[in-house]
Ligand binder design. Structure first.
Ligand code: HEM
Length: 481
């Protein structure tokens, strides 16, 4: 009866030793990934989860996310890590960032985390973020409807009418939570521009679903009922169905019903572009509409920054009241020439971009080994381009956490393009940049010329690493006499 246990002891010991050796080898491989050169310094964290938990830990200032700040301090402006199962190199070095922007289609390609790709259906033939002809098309259709020609001929007036209407509604409430308020405003208006959406006539509340989606898409990707990620995936399903139905309905509508909008153009182009299908078009509407909500974070933060800096509001108001005085009819709409001469307003907008960092980093995947500054980033790795580091670098911007629009006074356009890159760079640079500046300028014009306003509650900010506003920023508005 004793025999089995005498026999099993050395076997068990051997198995245990093999498991330990195997695990040690795997951990060693995890910590020292293969590379045909020198990897940037850094740590790959724990096997599988890497340093994901550290990435999403919140910082309670407008400064760089603590994850990046701590590591830049420890390793320098380029370091390696692992996040959600991916080997990643983070760069906060402006020279390397520009190099990476310009490598698009050569040694790197646009890439999203797997969980984000799932939300935006970025796979197979409906991948709207692909390169080549698809990328060219994405840019051209977006610029056609949101670019400078459209702004001058149509959108400038449309934005003014819409912003006026929204402020009138806001002033009828005791207060408005600005993040939700600006997101609803942006999604409703941009959906109107793109496909004639009218929230009062639609069965689906598109802005509400997009807000739920925006709230959950950067949360920890655990798909369990009740989690933000789960709610986000449910909202995504509703949106995909709504866009599909919309595309079908418009395709069946008569030519006379055409509005000449984004959706009409995409459906017309189906005849000429091989990659365009109804599913692709509905995915395109979804992606561009979601991207257009990026202005909300900057507008929301703007209220906090203006409320804390009355001298900025004073100079801003003076600039806009001068326009009113110079007009024959003070009630006439803003002209393109007036927009172009809003000097201080533009400094305020630059400063809000610099501090809001609506997209604190951009993601790329290497298609070949990338050699830069003595390091090698292996093929198949992800690169996180931390453009926000440029905006918060004390060597580039003195007292970087101060809201100081006057700092832009002595900069020419070239130096601004080198020190402020909220819209990224290279061929993937934001196609909504002009539209964003015009929208914010008109929003500010309406705010300071027509309304008195007060922050009544909230205003805490955090970064994890996306900018968040705690319980929000609540503002009350009343029309000026
Ligand atoms: C504050 C507002 C905004 C910010 C900070 C912002 C930022 C960015 C950034 C950084 C990129 C480059 C992404 C990358 O390289 O990975 C980008 C791309 C893009 N953005 Fe924006 N964006 C804003 C508003 C908008 C708006 C209002 C629209 C639509 C009207 C828009 C449409 C797009 C599109 C279509 C792209 C893809 C461009 C391409 O791949 O060539 N964005 N945006």
């Amino acid at each position: 009866m004793e025999l089995p246990s005498v026999m099993s002891t050395p076997v068990t010991g051997l198995v245990a030793a093999l498991v330990v050796i195997g695990l040690t080898y795997l951990v060693h491989r995890w910590r020292n990934p293969k590379c045909n050169g020198v990897l940037p310094p850094g740590s790959m964290g724990f096997p599988l989860i890497g340093e994901t938990l550290q990435l999403i830990a919140s910082g309670y200032t407008l400064d760089l996310p603590p994850f990046i700040k701590k590591r830049v301090h420890k390793y320098g402006p380029i370091f390696r890590t692992s996040l959600v199962g991916r080997s990643i190199v983070v760069t906060a070095d402006p020279e390397i960032n520009s190099f990476i922007y310009n490598q698009e289609g050569r040694t790197v390609e646009l890439w999203y985390l797997d969980s984000i790709s799932k939300v935006f259906k970025q796979d197979g033939e409906v991948k709207t973020t692909a390169g080549g002809a698809i990328h060219k098309y994405l840019r051209s259709i977006t610029l056609n409807h949101f670019g400078s020609e459209s702004l001058k001929s149509k959108l400038l007036a449309d934005i003014q009418r819409y912003v006026d209407k929204v402020f009138t509604q806001w002033s009828n409430h005791p207060s408005v939570e600005m993040q939700r308020g600006t997101l609803t405003m942006l999604y409703d208006f941009n959906a109107y521009i793109m496909f004639g959406y009218d929230p009062e006539k639609s069965n689906e509340n598109i802005s509400e679903s997009l807000i739920t989606l925006a709230d959950g898409f950067m949360s920890f990707p655990v798909n369990v009922p009740g989690t933000k990620y789960n709610k986000c995936l449910k909202a995504q399903k509703r949106l995909v169905n709504t866009f599909k139905a919309l595309v079908k309905e418009r395709r069946q509508a008569s030519v006379a019903a055409a509005r000449g909008d984004f959706l009409d153009q995409a459906l017309r182009d189906i005849e000429n572009e091989q990659f365009l299908t109804e599913e692709f078009v509905s995915n395109l509407l979804f992606g561009v509409l979601f991207a257009s909500g990026s202005i909300s974070g900057s507008l929301t933060l703007m209220f906090k920054l203006l409320a804390e800096n009355p001298s900025v509001v004073k100079e801003l108001t003076a600039e806009h009241e001068t326009f009113l005085k110079q007009r024959k009819d003070p009630k006439s709409p803003i002209t393109w020439e007036e927009y172009k001469s809003m000097t201080f307003t533009l400094y305020v907008i630059y400063e809000v971009f610099r501090l809001s960092n609506a997209m604190p980093f951009l993601l790329r995947r290497t298609t070949k080994d990338v050699n830069i500054k003595g390091y090698t980033i292996p093929a198949g790795w992800t690169i996180m381009v931390a453009n926000s580091a440029l905006h918060l670098n004390p060597q580039t911007h003195k007292d970087p956490l101060d809201f100081n629009p006057w700092r832009w006074k002595d900069h020419d356009q070239y130096s601004i393009s080198k020190t402020l890159q909220p819209f990224g760079g290279g061929t993937r640079q934001c196609a909504g940049a002009d539209y964003t500046r015009v929208f914010m300028a008109i929003f500010l014009h309406t705010l300071v010329t027509k309304y008195s306003w007060k922050k009544v509650k909230g205003g805490e900010v955090s970064r994890s690493p996306i900018l968040k506003f705690g319980d929000g920023i609540h503002v009350s508005f009343s029309a000026k006499a």
